[in-house]
Design a protein around this ligand. Sequence first.
Ligand code: FES
Length: 105
Amino acid sequence: MFRSLRDDGAEAPRPEVTLAVDGEPCTVPSGATVAAALLQRGSIARLTARSGSARAPYCMMGICFDCLVEIDGVPNRQACMVVAEPGMDVRCQDGHRRVGLEPAR
Ligand code: FES
């Protein structure tokens, strides 16, 4: 829909960014969200606090909160609302969410 075209009318190559998801490199098109990176890798975003069930991005528009991850050490970030940037460190959240400076379990 919004393709970048070169002067000759050919589609311009889209730049990519590489981030780390649970320590593994993941490359996505520039402008993609962290949730898109998770889905591309087939990664889960979090494990629920009560049952430990796996959750992954679902609504992709900030409604369901199933995409909560830790990004660069900051927990509870909605992966679908954050654009992937080079060098980001994205981690799956396991169990209870940490609030403030509360230590992880
Ligand atoms: S995927 Fe639903 S809030 Fe992010």
